[in-house]
Ligand binder design. Structure first.
Ligand SMILES: [Ca+2]
Length: 737
């Protein structure tokens, strides 16, 4: 009895010790405070050396992170716009892999793998406060409170976790700060390590300072960048076509903060009023008008008196723009100061890694521009400052090439979590531990893509950045641009055609090709339309209209074989599916990349409540383009992710690609079989159900007979009958009887 009791005591002590050790380990795991903003150019952060605005508009709190930690001078984004950068940060993947390519058409699939979820699995708690901008609501955070879309500066609305919207009085930067402090103090479980994403709206357009900062730069003349009057010579003619110039593309009300009708249409665009002013209460309006109206009145009087040349007007607009931009940063910098002080006061500072970054850079008048998108330094660069007490040597500067896909693996690494193989970035921990010095196998180049949007008229382009050069390709005009960043840091001349740089261009092009292979940026996954073919464009528009007319229960998605339900398969369709609300999204000749485009551009509008999607795609991927089966599988995976984001409750019946070619040894038949091996892996038995009905079309010798498919590719009516009968039991199981 005594021995048994002793054993019991020993067991208790053992269990107690194990608990104690794991608690000690948990306590050692660092917290992560991710401070993030929107459109904050490193040129507007005084910690970054050499900026023309450092003295006149310093950022002391942000600088603290660099002074007590490390600053990166070659930190670039995957894709220089808001949503895509955020999606890359969350997933550690390039846009084409996480599916968020642009702000206008993309919709983030929140059910995909993200670093906050992976950290959650290891015992971390996570919170997301502020600007999110991924259209779908956050998934996998213990707490969130986000701005709707772009959000507002004045008296902002926030979306709460229950989906409701609440308006708060005050300036957005102050609210985000307040909510972050409140979460740290009152809302988190203090026994667990945390990751807190504090994401400010500032300094996004339409740059609006807090009331206490509206006079911050009164009487100051801001220095101008050298290229404010860039004439775009010696570079692609596409630069001139931009719609982001301080000279021609600033709104009278929205950007320049005038009231009433646009009086000078030659210099200002008129359509948008200052929406922020309309959100202000009387007290805020009074403060605002006292600051802006005297200057506005003087400008109008000077213009009417003919005192200002066209150049003077640009200079005036630059001053208004840059002061508002920098003014909107000041309250954020103050908020960051408050949060850092809070970490000090509570003792959290010792075990908390603090990062400051922004989704991308921004043009502060360089090249005559505002906005971003181009693969030029001002918008390509993201600030990246990181403090890690006891690990990072204070005041270090690193010139290693880093990218926003590195954040997720870095956070997983520092928190002791595994880094999944499909993450495309690389942990920065070796750099952080070695005073920023590059390990011998550190990368020498990074890949960048911009997919093109109507906004600001910047064409799609992608390219490669090394420490010395930037090279990018413009597919619309089929031209390369090459810049020597050491000799021409302002990127005023492309030297792609200079014979002295022929070897450099060749080297950059081969790096570009290698990076695209490495990151699987291939044609089967990159969305592509066929708008140049009239019938296709028309069908796309018809299908979008059908989708828009209301929800459907059953979707068929694919190529000509699916489209054929409207032809050879019509009678069978009537018999089996007419009683359901069905939508045929089959387009003859489509490959995965075309389906990806269509689903993101209207085919799934209002289909949120679809019950089942039947997908059969890949036949044309094996045809003319001969894409590798693994590439086709990437395309199919992307389609599944789009469906998960847009039709979250839909079950997917993923069909193996139907056989083609008369006999079993047909090479295209073999590739189809190979695709099926890869896409079969997407079966999870819950949402995705893989079914290969190929054998049903074949005779006992594996021959595709003429009575089923006369051209050994497209089914006749009998083929459609086989198809309908073969999937009926699965559809029944998935709720379509
Ligand atoms: Ca942005």
């Amino acid at each position: 009895m005594l021995i048994v009791e002793d054993m019991h005591v020993k067991n208790v002590i053992f269990v107690f010790l194990v608990c104690l050790i794991s608690q000690v380990n948990a306590a050692k795991r660092p917290n992560i405070l991710f401070l993030f903003s929107d459109d904050h150019s490193p040129n507007a952060i005084s910690a970054y050396p050499g900026g023309i605005l450092d003295k006149v508009a310093p950022t002391p709190s942000i600088d603290r992170i660099a002074n007590e930690g490390m600053l990166f001078t070659n930190s670039i984004c995957t894709n220089s716009i808001c949503g895509p950068s955020r999606a890359s940060i969350l997933t550690g993947k390039h846009s084409h892999m996480n599916g968020f390519l642009d702000n206008s058409a993309s919709y983030f699939d929140g059910n995909q793998q993200t670093f906050p979820k992976l950290l959650g699995e290891t015992g971390y708690q996570s919170a997301m406060i502020g600007k999110w901008h991924l259209h779908s609501n956050p998934v996998g955070f213990n707490f969130w409170r986000i701005l709707p879309g772009q959000g507002s500066y004045y008296n902002p609305h926030f979306i709460e976790m229950d989906g409701s919207r609440k308006q708060y009085t005050g300036h957005c930067n102050d609210k985000v700060t307040e909510f972050a402090l409140d979460w740290l103090d009152n809302k988190r479980d203090k026994s667990k390590p945390f990751v807190l994403m504090t994401q400010f709206k500032a300094p996004h357009r339409n740059w609006s300072p807090a009331p206490r900062h509206v006079n911050l730069f009164k009487g100051v003349t801001m220095p101008e960048p050298e290229s404010l009057f860039d004439n775009y010579a010696n570079r692609s003619a596409a630069l001139k076509e931009h719609a982001m110039g301080i000279d021609k593309h600033m709104y009278w009300g929205w950007d320049m903060k005038f009231h009433g009708k646009n009086i000078f249409p030659k210099h200002f665009m008129g359509r948008l009023a200052n929406g922020e002013y309309n959100r202000m209460n009387d007290k805020q309006k009074k403060t605002w008008d006292a600051a802006y109206e005297p200057e506005n009145k003087k400008f109008i009087a000077d213009m009417k008196a003919g005192k200002l040349s066209d150049k003077d007007v640009v200079k005036w607009k630059y001053q208004r723009y840059i002061k508002d931009y920098l003014g909107s940063i000041r309250s954020m910098d103050e908020g960051i100061g408050k949060i850092l002080d809070h970490l000090d006061k509570t003792g959290l500072a010792k075990n908390t890694i603090v990062i400051y970054s922004s989704d991308q850079g921004f043009y502060l008048g360089e090249h005559g521009w505002y906005d971003k998108r181009w693969m030029f330094e001002e918008s390509l660069q993201m600030p990246f400052l990181i403090r890690w007490p006891g690990v990072i040597k204070p005041g270090t500067i690193s010139n290693a090439l880093i990218q926003n896909i590195d954040y997720a693996p870095t956070f997983l690494d520092v928190c002791g979590a595994d880094i999944p193989h499909d993450i495309q970035g690389r942990s920065l921990v070796p750099l952080l531990k070695a005073s920023g010095k590059k390990p011998t196998d550190w990368r020498d180049s990074l890949y960048y893509t911009y997919y093109g949007e109507a906004t600001h008229n910047v064409p799609a382009h992608d390219g490669v950045r090394t420490e010395e050069f930037t090279a990018f390709y413009l597919p619309e005009t089929k031209e390369w641009q090459l810049f020597d960043l050491k000799k021409d840091p302002g990127q005023m001349k492309s030297i792609h055609a200079d014979p002295n740089y022929a070897a450099a261009l060749k080297d950059m092009q081969s790096k570009y090709t290698a990076l695209k292979v490495k990151y699987r940026a291939h044609s089967a996954i990159l969305p592509a339309n066929r708008n140049q073919q009239g019938w296709w464009k028309k069908r796309q528009s018809t299908k979008n209209k059908q989708a828009n007319s209301g929800g459907h229960d059953l979707l068929f998605i694919g190529d000509s074989i699916t489209q054929g339900w409207e032809g050879a398969g019509k009678e069978i369709w009537e018999k089996h599916y007419a009683k359901h609300k069905t939508l045929n999204l089959g387009f003859s000749g489509d490959r995965t990349e075309h389906v990806i485009y269509r689903l993101e551009h209207g085919n799934l509008r209002k289909q949120k409540n679809a019950k089942v999607a039947v997908i059969m795609i890949g036949t044309n991927n094996t045809g003319h383009s001969r894409q590798d089966p693994t590439q086709t599988a990437d395309g199919v995976q992307r389609i599944l992710s789009i469906l998960r984001a847009r039709c979250p409750d839909a079950k997917v019946l993923l069909l193996g690609v139907f056989p083609r070619g008369r006999t079993a040894d047909d090479p295209l038949r073999k590739i189809n079989n190979e695709i099926n091996k890869h896409i079969a892996k997407f079966h999870d038995g819950k949402r995705v159900h893989f079914l290969d009905i190929s054998a049903k079309f074949l005779d006992k010798n594996g021959v595709l007979t003429k009575e089923i498919m006369p051209d050994a590719l497209h089914p006749k009516q009998k083929g459609y009958q086989i198809w309908a009968e073969a999937i009926a039991p699965s559809l029944k199981k998935l709720g379509i009887d």
